[in-house]
Every structure is written in structure tokens, then in C-alpha cells.
Design a binder for this molecule. Structure first.
Ligand SMILES: C[S@@+](CC[C@H](N)C(=O)[O-])C[C@H]1O[C@@H](n2cnc3c(N)ncnc32)[C@H](O)[C@@H]1O
Length: 275
């Protein structure tokens, strides 16, 4: 663990020595994610397959951002910190803002001993770090678990250095497959389960406009991973993004947005571009 300037002292430390801050939320935390859909998606390997694709996209974005010097990276809702493994070569420091109580073992336990990695047990709505202290903020499939997205976006804007980037991935409320299944009992059941753990769902256009209130959106698109439908996703996953992305710009299953905080006098330290 590296030493860090914290704006407020932790109220406690957890059993792994990670600094903890008060968090007040009823759903959305990792320990509340016990739903059937997620369990099935994990068990079948779907989650791992999608995560592999996202690590690739995220890694390229961090590489672009860190072309001049290794970046100080912050991840929001990074779970046990697994994304750090794919990015560690380009990160000078890596802070995982993760309020969920996640049991650590094996690699995850090793990770918290890495001198460049730290997990802060706090909500993304109130992060005890100084203004303009990181170059890259990542939020992979976590943003809709945060109760007040406006507070979280305010923190993103405050914490990024000038020219720094914020990369977000989110489920698309208006994806092609939801349109196809609209009014079916299957989708209704799925939406009910999703609502138990998420505070909101956005369409492509909603995502673009909510982000733009806080930070300029440089690039936004959707990836058309085949959604998790048992027996269907596995053969279709490798081809769906290839053909789907140009055809369904706004209607793929996952939204990917890259935002950049404007640099001083119009110049930018980092220059992200579409991947
Ligand atoms: C679906 S998981 C995604 C985990 C990881 N990013 C991944 O892609 O595997 C959502 C994560 O967001 C975290 N989370 C929930 N509320 C949060 C909050 N207020 N601030 C930051 N993270 C939060 C949860 O604890 C959980 O680990």
C-alpha cells in the first residue's frame, strides 16, 4: 500500500487493513448481489468473457492516457481489484474505491500488498482524496450501483487532473435485445431483478447528456455483446461486436463512454481517442 494524502481520517480499518469510511446505501453493494441472473452469468463464464473484452478496451484507453508518464488511476467499484492486474504496467498508482465487503483470498489478497495498489472502502459519492489528484478514473459496470450519480460525477470532475479521462461502461436501457423482448414476461422478470440492485438504468442518449452536465464526453458508443441468454451467448459473442457496432451505434447492450476534463488554457495533457 502506498501512502496517500487523505482529506478525512478513516473511521475504521477492515480485517485486511483497508481504510473504511461511512457508507449509507440499501442496495448496490457487492454483498447484496445475490441474484439468480448474476449467479448464472458467473457460472456459465459469460461475466469472465465480457470482462476480458472490457479489460482490453480499458487497457488501451489507459495506455493512451499514460503515453507521457505512468498514470495515477482510480477505479470506482472495482470489486476485489481484478482489473488492476491487466493495467498495472501502465499505472503509477491504482486506487480502488470499493465500499462492498468483499472477502479476499488468493490473488486478491496478494494485490493489497502491492505497493502501488490501494483499496478505499468508501462510496464514490464522497471520496476522501484531494482535488486534481488522478489522471484516469475507470468505472466498469458499477455506476448504476451508486445511489446519487450526480454526487459521484461531481467527485469525478473534482478528482481528475486537467486533461484527465473518465471511462465508464454501463448497461444500455434501450438495447436492441431489450427492444426485441419488450413486453415479454422474461424481460419483465429480468428488469425486476435488475432494479433490486441498481439505482437507475440509462439509454445511450441519457448517458451522454447526464455525463455532459459534468464533464465533456469525447467518445461514446455501444458494444453489442450478446446479452446473457443461456445457450445463445457463447457462439455469438465473438462475432456480435464486429457486426453489431457499426449497425447499432446506440443500441448495443453495453455503453462505453470516454470523457475528458478540459486542460488549462485549452491544452490537454492526455489525448484519448476512440478504440
Ligand atoms: C457489478 S459490480 C462490478 C465490479 C467490477 N467493476 C467488475 O466489473 O467486475 C458493482 C460494484 O460496484 C460497487 N459499488 C456499489 N456501490 C458503490 C458506491 N456507492 N461507490 C463505489 N462502488 C460501489 C459494488 O460493491 C460492486 O463491487
Amino acid at each position: 500500500m502506498f501512502s496517500l494524502e487523505l482529506k478525512a481520517s478513516p473511521t475504521s480499518y477492515d480485517e485486511y487493513g483497508q481504510p473504511c469510511y461511512p457508507v449509507d446505501q440499501e442496495k448496490g453493494l457487492s454483498e447484496a448481489q445475490g441474484n439468480r441472473l448474476l449467479k448464472e452469468a458467473f457460472a456459465s463464464g459469460y461475466t469472465a468473457a465480457v470482462a476480458k473484452t472490457l479489460v482490453g478496451i480499458t487497457r488501451r484507453q489507459v495506455l493512451l492516457a499514460s503515453s507521457q508518464r505512468p498514470a495515477d488511476v482510480l477505479e470506482i467499484g472495482g470489486g476485489n481489484g481484478g482489473f488492476y492486474d491487466g493495467l498495472r504496467n501502465k499505472a503509477r498508482t491504482y486506487i480502488n474505491v470499493e465500499p462492498g465487503r468483499i472477502p479476499l483470498s488468493g490473488k486478491a489478497l496478494e494485490r493489497i500488498k502491492d505497493p502501488r495498489y490501494m483499496c478505499l472502502k468508501c462510496s464514490a459519492e464522497d471520496i476522501p482524496l484531494p482535488d486534481e489528484s488522478v489522471d484516469v478514473i475507470l468505472c466498469i459496470a458499477s455506476f448504476d450501483h451508486i445511489p446519487d450519480y450526480r454526487k459521484a460525477l461531481g467527485e469525478v470532475r473534482r478528482l481528475l487532473r486537467k486533461g484527465g479521462i473518465f471511462m465508464l461502461t454501463l448497461n444500455n436501457r434501450r438495447s436492441w435485445w431489450k427492444a426485441m423482448l419488450s413486453r415479454t414476461a422474461y424481460l419483465k422478470r429480468r428488469e425486476e431483478e435488475i432494479a433490486k440492485e441498481h439505482y437507475f438504468q440509462w439509454s445511450f442518449s441519457e448517458c451522454e447528456s447526464h455525463l455532459a452536465e459534468f464533464i465533456p464526453v469525447r467518445d461514446i458508443y455501444t458494444t453489442t455483446f450478446v446479452p446473457f441468454i443461456p445457450h445463445l451467448w457463447r457462439p455469438l459473442l465473438p462475432v456480435s461486436d464486429l457486426f453489431g457496432r457499426p449497425l447499432l451505434r446506440k443500441y448495443g447492450a453495453n455503453i462505453i463512454a470516454v470523457c475528458r476534463k478540459p486542460g488549462k488554457d485549452g491544452s490537454h495533457e492526455f489525448v484519448p481517442r476512440a478504440i
